[in-house]
Write a protein of this length. Sequence first.
Length: 165
Amino acid sequence: MRRPWILGLLALAVIGLAYTAAQVSCAAPQKAQPGPAVKLLTGKSVTVADFKGHPLVLNFWATWCPPCRMEVPQLQKVYDDNRAKKTTVQFLAVALDHPDAVKKFVRDQKITFPVALDEHGALGDKYRVDGIPTTYFFDSKGAVAGKFVGARAYSDFQAAIKRLK
């Protein structure tokens, strides 16, 4: 009769981990650290500092990550809607993955937001990305205004972006 107790404890642990992973962190704003350059799929190298002067949504993801794959359509819709509204919000999705897999995924999913490669995780390490997807929100001064860990819905992204303005 110990099994129901163990299963209940295991279920609570899983729920606790899921809740912790889904928290939004909006600690005191910190300045964006430029970090190493990453290469966009277009071949251009960029750093986070290149976006200073505009709010930035910086998303870390990988093609092999199921929550990331679920989040990509949400991020694409947010990107499309912000482009349609002609906002100044910039987007950068940093793939912690093999370039061939990323290029195929971007093509197959018809992703139009900027995607960069961080195959060795240098930028992810700089921002202490421990789990993916992870999204940072920077205000136009380059300060970290928020952070999501775990997949998010369209409404979560839009609410976080609205706070950047």
